[in-house]
Design a protein around this ligand. Structure first.
Ligand SMILES: *Cc1c(COP(=O)(O)O)cnc(C)c1O
Length: 428
């Protein structure tokens, strides 16, 4: 067993000062029956805890660190911008540069507004969709997580799913009466709702690859149906690509599947490990945002130069030819290795992967929606998590989360991981 004395000591202190000892719920590791390890530092694909234990990291700060921790180009960009200052609350060249890179990369985005988190991006996108259409109703899908804004905390994935919270106290009923949550990947169910309520629906928001109930790819025809039906009924289609943007392809899931949403939300990777979010879309929609238009949205630290610099440096790295092919190969090696190891140990698993994001479910069935994900063997996942941690493999402490591979992971790191998993599966 690894020694976690210092982590425990820090956790006890944190519990007195911070609700649950953490600043974001899933970090507390409650659902997998573990205490959180406190992190001291990280480098490449490794993360080191306060007791000096080293792990191969598959969380990557929950997605942003696609080039690994402390990538030299990212660190250099941050150091260099620090010589200019940390925040000006006034426009800089860096904001134009990152906006231009996003517009060039993401097919449907013609203009983009920077914010400070994914939550802020989806919240603002919803307001914009409602403002543009003059309608109130928002359609989302069970098990998709779009941040913690009131409207979207219905049947949500990620931490809400992990902690089995049905909704959240503090969200007035009247706020969510305008939110419809439908089963993911259910094309017929969705069409029926659009037929019935289409004229009231401001927008449909979706994770084009669901990554907050584990990883659940869209079935063929699902994203196509969302595009066709929203267009037919004059509703806005929002792709929440906070996780998938620059992750499953340089142009995100919309490039991979060839579907053009009206608004796209981004975050995670475009901040290179600094707090960032963004929303963008067709010019005539984005022109409705204040001060050009009248849909209000603002932010003291939005477009922060340090975050912009980290984002620009990250995008420059991942834009290199072959980057995504290499990443895909490494991730395929991991997923194949894990699947084979489980099979050899006689353990049923379903492993889903899109690009460099993957999810492992303890079940013998395919997982197409939130209900499927919820009926997998969560107790087995908990033991798997704890044993992998003890073997030096750092995974997200919930089945309802994705694992991420970065370019800092090499074939050798994957071999080490698969070897650890072989042993762990035999003990499950
Ligand atoms: C992480 C995530 C968010 C929320 O982003 P925060 O920066 O945590 O507010 C929203 N949507 C999706 C799809 C995400 O994965």
């Amino acid at each position: 067993m690894l020694n976690h004395n210092m982590s425990l000591k820090l956790y006890k202190r944190a519990l007195e000062k911070i609700p649950g000892g953490v600043n974001s719920p899933v970090r507390a590791c409650k659902s997998v029956g573990a205490d959180p390890v406190f992190i001291d530092r990280a480098d490449g694909c490794f993360i080191f805890d306060a007791d000096g234990n080293r792990y191969i990291d598959y969380v990557g700060s929950w997605g942003p660190l696609i080039v690994g921790h402390r990538h030299p180009a990212v660190i250099e960009a941050i150091e260099s911008v620090l010589n200019r200052g940390t925040s000006f609350g006034a426009p800089t060249d860096l904001e134009i540069e990152l906006a231009a890179m996003v517009i060039e990369a993401v097919p449907s985005v013609e203009m983009v507004r920077m914010v400070n988190s994914g939550t802020e991006a989806t919240m603002s996108a919803i307001r914009l969709a409602r403002g543009v259409t003059g309608r109130d109703t928002v359609v989302k899908f069970d098990g998709c997580y779009h941040g913690h804004a009131d409207t979207l905390l219905v049947e949500a994935g990620s931490g809400v799913a992990t902690l089995s919270i049905p909704g959240s106290p503090g969200v007035p009923k009247s706020f969510v009466t305008h939110t419809l949550s439908l089963p993911y990947n259910d094309v017929e169910g969705f069409k029926k709702v659009m037929e019935r309520d289409g004229e009231k629906i401001a927008c449909v928001i979706v994770e084009p690859v669901a990554g907050n109930m584990g990883v659940v790819p869209p079935v063929p025809g699902f994203l196509e149906a969302l595009r066709e039906e929203t267009e037919r009924h004059g509703s806005i289609l929002i792709f929440d690509e906070v996780m998938t943007g620059f992750r499953v392809a340089y142009g995100g899931a919309q490039q991979l599947y060839g579907i053009s949403p009206d608004i796209t939300t981004l975050g995670k990777i475009i901040g290179g490990g600094m707090p960032v979010g963004a929303y963008g879309g067709r010019r005539e929609i984005m022109e409705q945002v204040a001060p050009q238009g009248s849909v209000y949205q603002a932010g003291t630290l939005s477009g922060n130069p340090v975050a912009m610099a980290a984002g620009i440096a990250t995008l420059k790295e991942i834009k290199r030819p072959g980057f995504y092919d290499n990443l895909e190969n490494t991730t395929a090696q991991l997923v194949d290795g894990l699947t084979k190891a489980a099979r050899q140990a006689g353990i049923s698993v379903t492993v889903d992967r899109v690009g460099s994001m993957a999810g492992l479910f303890f079940t013998d069935r395919t997982v197409k929606n939130f209900n499927d994900a919820k009926t997998c063997d969560l107790d087995r996942f908990s033991s798997y998590y704890r044993k992998m941690l003890n073997s030096g493999i750092y995974l997200a402490p919930s089945q309802f989360e994705a694992l991420f591979v970065s370019s800092a992971h090499t074939a050798e790191h994957i071999d080490t991981t698969v070897a650890a998993a072989e042993k762990v599966f035999r003990e499950l």
